[in-house]
Design a protein around this ligand. Structure first.
Ligand code: ADP
Ligand code: ZN
Length: 203
């Protein structure tokens, strides 16, 4: 890791199951051990995660994650005395997170953002590309492809067990939706070629 001083931005990017949350928590735990004041935010926090995201150190200090839906909520809820601001699931946040992370870094904060950098189509996800561009440090993690065992860099979306189509609805009503980590070669997006061709000719 570079020796950085003042404020800076770190991005932990990668597919689902690549260990982004584990890595974020590792960095948060170490910052707590270093007696830095840490605040953790998580977008789309559901009940299952609340226990997992209470991070504690051996000296008994702990940090709970604050659930947020937008960059404005982070701006409102941020602790002005925090040295380290960690944000998980950053891909779901709005574009305002880029300016907000930048302003935290400019005011001397260490900002750590973890997020999935590509969506189920294999295309850049939300604010992740811009966050990766403005960050001082970017780590891209890989999972293991469930089909061939290669490093996985794609999220395979399955609807009722079948690869989802490029234009499948973002929110599923009925039907069961699951995700798998896959490599580029094993990643299937049905109707991608047709969709991209019709976008190119504007119809
Ligand atoms: P992320 O935040 O990137 O979704 P997590 O930190 O929540 O990842 O989970 C990473 C853990 O997921 C790994 O340590 C491993 O135990 C587990 N895991 C499940 N499926 C896979 C896979 N296909 N490749 C790698 N790890 C996997
Ligand atoms: Zn594969």
């Amino acid at each position: 890791m570079l020796q950085l001083t003042g404020g800076w931005i770190e991005v932990i990017a990668g597919v689902m199951f690549s260990g982004k949350s584990e890595e974020l928590m590792r960095r948060v735990r170490r910052a707590v051990i270093a007696r830095r004041k840490v605040q953790v935010f998580k977008s789309h926090l559901d009940d299952r995660y609340q226990g997992l995201l209470a991070v504690s150190s051996h000296d008994g200090r702990s940090v709970a994650a604050v659930p947020v839906d937008s960059s404005t909520q982070i701006a409102t809820r941020v602790d002005p005395t925090a040295h380290v601001i960690a944000i998980d699931e950053a891909q779901f946040l709005d574009a305002g997170i880029v300016a907000l992370a930048t302003s935290f870094a400019q005011r001397g904060r260490r900002v750590i953002l973890a997020g999935t950098d590509t969506d189920f189509r294999g295309e850049p996800f939300g604010p992740m590309p811009e966050l990766m561009a403005v960050a001082e440090v970017v780590d891209k993690l890989h999972a293991i492809c469930v089909l061939c065992g290669a490093p996985a860099c794609r999220n395979q979306r399955l609807i009722d067990g079948e690869p989802a189509a490029w234009d499948s609805p973002l929110i599923m009503v009925g039907g069961s939706e699951t995700y798998e980590a896959r490599c580029r070669a094993c990643h299937i997006v049905r109707r991608r070629d047709e969709a991209q061709r019709s976008l190119a000719i504007g119809c």
